[in-house]
Design a protein around this ligand. Structure first.
Ligand SMILES: NC(=O)c1ccc[n+]([C@@H]2O[C@H](COP(=O)([O-])OP(=O)(O)OC[C@H]3O[C@@H](n4cnc5c(N)ncnc54)[C@H](O)[C@@H]3O)[C@@H](O)[C@H]2O)c1
Length: 331
């Protein structure tokens, strides 16, 4: 393995994957429109500024890097409530453009694809745990766009020389432990990001949804360190050809569920200044959440997470303290 194309490689997760690739001796070639990504995250890496649906650009990228032999597709729009408010935009960006992208890959002879999918597609189960065989029931345009892409890629793989591994991420937290990259938004919508924001604004953290069927009524999530996610992609690149099926789904989580109230408790133990909580209603498109069994990731990828939640919180706080200096003009 010499080079890998990372679409969305200027974003939070894609840039961390790119760093893990560099550390493993794999050269990441980044394709990103910078709609939410940051040019700073591409420093020192071959970078193509543009859209995944732009055929001539993808052709040029492959002409200039003919030794790329796999693609990781992290490009897309990712905010659930925004997808509820703007479904046409989300379906166009996440589904139509992904279809174009896979056609561009095939035309350029790239038949290995790792796709960033999401735990958001699962149907809620009684005990709040899921595995890859659990039923899916996407509840927002965002989640439906992920489920649709998975199905679309499987159809393409049945007819074309394509192997696809869809990695269903649970809830990424943390930053690159070496602080090269982290979450680029000043006002992130995920729970930990909102806690950090509440701490710096000196306002209470809003627990959105307190009537979910969980042990304390707040949503439950499986918080996985973004560096662990990134390392799983490196493992996947080396194992893709050995997977028994041409189309595979693997969940990436820790195997442990943590409620929002529990996360806040841990946050207040790690942070130098505690954050108060205030209860609020559910946000559109939210679900109770779930956590995953990770047997398949262990068996097929030889991967299991190394960092715990406290380390994720610590790295997120460390990143938030340097972010504004590294990334001027934040959105
Ligand atoms: N962050 C999460 O909680 C989470 C959870 C599960 C799955 N995922 C998936 O992981 C992937 C990465 O998410 P992230 O959190 O890093 O988000 P992000 O917004 O930081 O990264 C997405 C990147 O894709 C780029 N992009 C978007 N549309 C593009 C297009 N049409 N052409 C080229 N580039 C484009 C953006 O500029 C950005 O750099 C997404 O596909 C997302 O659905 C994220």
């Amino acid at each position: 393995m010499v080079k890998v194309l990372i679409a969305g490689g200027a974003g939070y997760i894609g840039s961390t994957i790119a760093s893990a690739c560099c550390d493993a001796g794999i050269i990441p070639v980044i394709l990103d429109s910078l709609v939410t990504g940051r040019r700073e995250f591409t420093a020192g890496r071959p970078f193509y500024h543009g859209d995944i649906a732009d055929g001539p650009l993808v052709d040029r990228l492959f002409a200039e890097h003919p030794d790329i032999d796999a693609a990781i597709h992290c490009a897309g729009l990712v905010v659930v409530p925004d997808s509820v408010a703007a479904p046409v935009r989300y379906y166009r960006e996440n589904i139509s453009k992904s279809l174009e992208f896979v056609a561009h890959l095939l035309r350029n002879g790239c038949g290995r694809l790792i796709f960033s999918s999401s735990a958001a597609i699962y149907k809620a189960s009684e005990d709040l745990t899921v595995d890859e065989d659990s039923a899916i029931d996407p509840r927002s345009p965002y989640a439906r766009s992920k489920a649709t892409c998975e199905a679309m890629f499987a159809d393409v793989a049945a007819a074309e020389p394509l192997r696809v591994l869809s990695l269903r991420y649970f809830n990424p937290i943390g930053a690159d432990p070496r602080m090269r990259t982290g979450l680029q938004f000043r006002r992130p919508t995920n729970a930990l990001g909102r806690m950090i924001q509440a701490r710096s604004d000196d306002v209470p953290f809003l627990i959105t949804g307190t009537d979910w069927p969980t042990r304390d009524g707040s949503g439950i999530r499986d918080y996985v360190h973004v560096w662990d996610l990134a390392v799983a992609h490196v493992a996947a690149l080396t194992r893709l050809d050995a997977l028994p099926e041409p189309v595979t789904v693997v969940n990436l989580g820790t195997g442990t569920g943590t409620t929002v109230r529990e996360l806040l408790d841990m946050f207040n133990r790690v942070a130098d200044r505690p954050v108060a909580a205030r209860e609020a209603g559910r946000r559109p498109g939210d679900t109770a959440g779930a956590y995953t069994r990770i047997d398949r990731a262990v068996r097929l990828l030889g991967w299991s997470p190394r960092y715990d939640i406290k380390e994720g919180i610590r790295h997120s706080l460390q990143w938030a303290a340097i972010r504004d200096d590294l990334l001027p003009e934040l959105c």
